[in-house]
Design a protein around this ligand. Structure first.
Ligand code: FA5
Length: 352
């Protein structure tokens, strides 16, 4: 049968049968072995080239030459595998013969971690409010429009929605823009009296040095018979003084939220310039020289909100507030740029 293989092809076959094994066995390491494999089986390799010479041969010649090429291919494949195994074994043996591990070298001590400044601020806010009698509740971050807006007296065409743009899904869900929808969820499933806080992440289309697209709020809600604005002022002043400083100045400015009436923005005297408006004779950057910084929004729960959850506004009254945790942390630690909290930069985080 061999005799049927034409001379040129037969010579190439004989040469490869003679030389290819040497190429594999002489490979001194994995890189040389890989070069040998490519030289034989690669796109331009010798075995591949032999296969291409089969075209144009008669059927008998093809059968005879194909058989020889196949057997050469399988014996070389096996040889490649054996050589690879023996190179691995040699490498392992060399490693075992080398110097032993030095167990007396000092270990890498793990650096002690600590809570993130946002986590510690959140914890501080929570523990103060819990110590004042509020229970903690949670609500979903993926909300429906009803709880995030409508039940809070913000109908579909209300301009207040513009200030709280967020991601919407096609089926009417959204990433909540504030923690206020948790007020609705709590009142829907419980009767007064209610005293709860709801901490968590919220989302808006905001992005600058004091506004982040994802940030954290803690909502507060207190409902009972006879609750009035004096209670709101007392609780929030007490809370802010426990959080920052017992002599802290606190002021309530008239404001507007669709879900509270009356509403207030609450300012504290700037903790960076101690309420003076200046740091080392220049204008304080945090309060822009005004001596006050806004810390939260609050107000008396709007009767329309009570109606949405089935509470009788003629019998019950209550107050609610929402505090931004990033803002609290920036003031507690004197941080000028909100983006530091999310940069994961150890030079920043190790300062706390
Ligand atoms: C609200 O979100 C209201 N739901 C608060 C509220 C609750 C009012 C209950 C009345 C009753 P406002 O949009 O002002 O209000 O946000 C409240 C606080 O969240 C702000 O004072 C600020 O500290 C913080 N905040 C708002 N937007 C951002 C943002 N993009 N990045 C970081 N903090 C923010």
């Amino acid at each position: 049968m061999t005799d049927e293989i034409p001379g040129g092809l037969k010579d190439s076959l004989l040469a490869l049968e003679r030389d290819a094994s040497g190429l594999v066995d002489e490979a001194a390491d994995k890189a040389e072995l890989e070069s040998a494999r490519v030289a034989l089986f690669g796109r331009r390799g010798s075995i591949t080239a032999l296969g291409k010479q089969l075209a144009g041969l008669s059927a008998d010649q093809k059968r005879a030459a194909g058989k020889r090429i196949n057997s050469l291919r399988s014996s070389l494949t096996e040889q490649l595998k054996n050589r690879s195994d023996s190179l691995d074994a040699q490498a392992q043996a060399r490693e075992l013969e080398g110097p032993p591990l030095d167990y007396s070298l000092p270990a890498y001590a793990p650096e002690p971690g600590h809570p993130h400044p946002l986590a510690s601020s959140m914890e501080e806010v929570r523990s103060i409010l819990e110590s004042m009698g509020f229970a903690t509740a949670e609500g979903p971050q993926v909300e429906d429009e009803y709880h995030n807006f409508e039940a809070l007296n913000i109908p579909a065409d209300h301009p207040a929605r513009d200030m709280q743009d967020t991601f919407f899904t096609r089926d009417g869900h959204l990433l909540r823009t504030h923690t206020s929808p948790v007020q609705i969820r709590i009142m829907e499933k419980s009767s007064p009296p209610v005293a709860v806080i709801a901490p968590g992440a919220v989302y808006r289309q905001d992005d600058d040095i004091t506004h982040s697209p994802m940030f954290h709020q803690v909502e507060g809600l207190l409902v009972d018979k006879g609750v009035h604005f004096g209670h709101l002022k007392g609780v929030l002043t007490e809370f802010l003084r426990a959080l920052f400083d017992e002599d802290l100045g606190v002021r309530f400015r008239p404001s507007y939220f669709p879900f509270t009436e009356p509403s207030a923005e609450v300012d504290i005297s700037c903790v960076i310039c101690s309420g003076s408006g200046a740091v080392e004779n220049s204008r304080c950057r945090v309060c822009s020289g005004t001596a006050w910084v806004e810390i939260l929004g609050a107000g008396m729960v709007h009767p329309a909100v009570f109606e949405a959850v089935g509470y009788d506004p003629g019998v019950y009254s209550g107050f609610a507030f929402g505090v931004g945790i990033e803002r609290v942390a920036m003031l507690r630690f004197g941080i000028a740029d909100i983006r530091h909290f999310y940069s994961q930069d150890l030079r920043f985080l190790q300062q706390f």
